[in-house]
Write a protein that binds this ligand. Structure first.
Ligand code: COA
Length: 388
């Protein structure tokens, strides 16, 4: 396999972006990434686009070709493919781009991720997100994503004594980081008291335990390592790409507080990178709900099973902690335009490893991990990156 590097990154602001179309968002992120990499359209061998549900959110499918056109590349006839894996669509697109270069098929690819979720009403967005759950066993009976993660939280509290305050501390940390991120949807800090008092969504999760409904796009340029130095003096190497799957409905799992897809994808990635969880200097994990971050830091092996709540309470995951998690603000504060999330996570890790994360910079960060989950854990994709 050939080595692969990230040589360019570009992102739009995340939020309720009424004044920008799907086309404008992806063109903005893509052109920033291409400019950052110093490449031209003629250098690009392929495009991979992560998007979960453009058909339901904006009535538009066939977005691979649409994105190539919006980027101004239709005359170049570049192969353009849309990848779908619910909220892991972006991470899966990164993996497809990575594999296409590692295998020797392509030299330079652009990977984009996008979702425009606010063009439909809130109830419709919730219904669309629930298409990533099992229709027969979960959604048909009224289960929503906040509802499914509330069940995971309740079980975690029962089994390990995790408290609502500990869940709230995840939101407090991620809002503090998001406040330092110019692209974040929510650039304000919150207190434990505010999180605890927020309007209930699905017990024990309140409004401030949830990621928001977001619009936004992100893009990266991947390049074969042996060519990367032609374009940049700061390539960031992808040293592992792991992927795993699990049952769609929660009831099929051996334990609903463990996302086995994360456990298996992490095992694959750590083996390929030849690192252990202790070697990771900074991580972006899939905190679609506060409980999801607690499960993730356990499943990724950063802390012992059942100790995630305690670890957050002890500030192990803050910017200056032992293992800083979600320095971007995470899905909670940066926002969660589902198809864009997995690509945006890679962008935060690249900024950290290049030393360009400004007020969010983790000192001496050399190895970073991005963890992207689809649905309630039926798909997981993990990338590990290293500063060169
Ligand atoms: N965190 C913080 N504030 C939020 C928020 C969130 N997650 N969601 C909405 N708000 C704020 C809005 O900015 C708005 O503030 P304003 O009145 O100052 O403008 C206010 O709360 C009401 O917003 P609204 O859009 O009406 O909220 P809602 O009740 O329709 O939606 C949720 C709230 C939690 C239901 C929605 O954000 C949601 O579904 N989140 C989960 C998304 C999800 O499941 N993603 C997939 C994960 S696998």
């Amino acid at each position: 396999m050939r080595e692969v590097a990230v040589i360019g990154i570009g992102i739009t602001k995340f939020g309720e972006l009424w004044d920008k179309s799907f086309r404008q968002l992806i063109a903005e992120a893509g052109s920033k990434a291409i400019f950052d990499a110093g490449i031209e359209g003629k250098d690009i061998d392929a495009l991979y686009i992560g998007s979960m549900s453009s058909g339901r959110f904006i009535g538009q499918e066939h977005v691979g070709a649409l994105v190539a056109d919006a980027a101004g590349f239709s005359h170049l006839h570049i192969p353009a493919t849309r990848i779908e894996g619910a909220c892991a669509s972006g991470g899966l697109a990164v993996r497809q781009g990575y594999l296409s270069i590692a295998s020797g098929v392509n030299d330079i690819v652009v990977v984009g991720g996008i979702e425009k979720m606010n063009d439909v009403a809130g109830a419709s967005a919730t219904e669309t997100l629930a298409t990533a759950a099992d229709q027969e066993w979960e959604a048909f009976f009224g289960a929503t994503f906040p509802g499914l993660y509330a069940m995971i939280a309740t079980r975690h509290m029962h089994d390990y004594g995790t408290t609502k305050e500990q869940l709230a501390q995840v939101a407090v940390k991620n809002h503090a980081n998001g406040a330092k991120n110019p692209y974040a949807q929510y650039k304000f800090e919150v207190t434990v008291e505010q999180v605890m008092a927020a309007v209930p969504v699905a017990h024990p999760l309140g409004l401030l335990d949830c990621s928001p409904v977001s619009d936004g796009a992100a893009a990266i340029v991947l390049c074969a390592m042996d060519k990367a130095k032609e374009f940049t003096d700061k390539p960031v190497k992808i040293i592992a790409s792991g992927q795993a799957s699990d049952t769609l409905p929660l009831h099929g799992r051996r334990d609903i507080t463990t996302l086995d897809a994360t456990v298996h994808a992490a095992k694959m990635a750590y083996k390929q990178a030849n690192v252990t969880p202790k070697d990771i200097d900074v991580a972006e994990v899939h905190d679609c709900f506060t409980i999801a971050e607690i499960c993730a830091i356990e499943d990724l092996g950063f802390v012992e099973k059942g100790k995630g709540g305690k670890a957050v309470e002890e500030n192990i995951t803050t910017l200056d902690g032992e293992i800083p998690v979600n320095t971007s603000g995470g899905l909670k504060a940066k926002g969660h335009p589902v198809g864009a999330t997995g690509v945006a996570q890679i962008i935060e890790i690249v900024e950290q490893l290049r030393g360009e994360a400004d007020k969010r910079q983790v000192e001496d960060a050399r190895i970073g991990l991005a963890h992207n989950v689809g649905g309630s854990g039926a798909t997981c994709v993990i990338h590990i990156l290293e500063a060169i």
